[in-house]
Design a protein around this ligand. Sequence first.
Ligand code: NAX
Length: 328
Amino acid sequence: MKVVITGAAGQIAYSLIPFLCEKGIFNSNEKLDLNLVEIPQAMGRLDGFVKELEDSAYSTVSSISTFDNIENAVVDADWCLLVGSIPRGIVLNGKEIKERSDLLQINGGIFTEQGKAIGAHAKEHCKILVVGNPANTNALIGYKSAGKATQLWMAMTMLDALRAKAQLSQKLGCHVDDIYRLAIFGNHSPTMFPDLENTIVAGKKAYQEIDDHDWVENDFLPKIQQRGAEIIKARGASSASSAARAACDTVKAVEHPTRSGDVFNAAVMSDGAYGMPKGIFSGFPLISDGKGSVEIVRDYSLSDFAKKGLEKTANELVEERDLVKDLI
Ligand code: NAX
């Protein structure tokens, strides 16, 4: 089982790789070949981390290799976790990258190259999870550049779903495991729409249990949409441990059958489901059969309030797509 991780010397990967090496994440008992990818300037830091991984003596791991280019790293890959990207605020060639359009163009270049390499060299049924932001549109660029319909491209919305579950469990005094069918629609950005109208908690409709639309609209939604910014303000750095947990949970969710009556969350290519425009990567409720097939769950009913939320996040995704149209 060959697993490629980019951005491997970064803060998310520092938590993510140990999580992935725990038993039971992958469906197969094959041992893992970890191919860790970084930019040339970060290879020294990556070597230090590799020493720590070696010292952890994971029984699940067969080999650990490092790469400063994507082409060689993805040969015969089963999974590619694309975590590395250029963050907003970085200074490149004397210019601070502040605008979303600049960020999309720069990361677009990275994901074009990575997509091409994955399409050409990774396994036919390789699964790809894009974590690096702007994750949905990076996934779109990667998917288009790969040009291989048999490969499964996803962008991460699991962290948003976990955040929403945590807030709901606090509100209703239930355990997170009692929450079913919580869905994140749209972009991994402040326009995302976390839906509670179809959520079930311990067999009951969550919305009726909450019985407070004002809390949903004015408390819950902004909290989930702004949670990333809240963490950056408090920590002085973006979410890392929770993002790593979410990435690992996404791999596990694809690798194993979804529990009966539940869904998991990731953004996949829209085929028009729930009125989301075709040809963008949007968060949807999904199910996996644990054998490589992932499908959108299509029986959610959406109120006018939810439809408005979906429209807003869809518009943003279309705008992002238009900003990178020369790359796709
Ligand atoms: P770090 O800056 O700590 O690490 C990123 C690493 O990627 C760096 O070591 C850098 O050298 C490397 N890198 C850059 N370009 C690369 C390339 N072309 N190939 C290989 N490696 C490359 O960031 P970290 O906190 O780990 O976050 C990584 C990404 O996740 C960011 O884009 C961040 O915005 C995004 N996030 C996405 C989330 C999601 O839910 N989808 C949530 C958490 C996080 O904000």
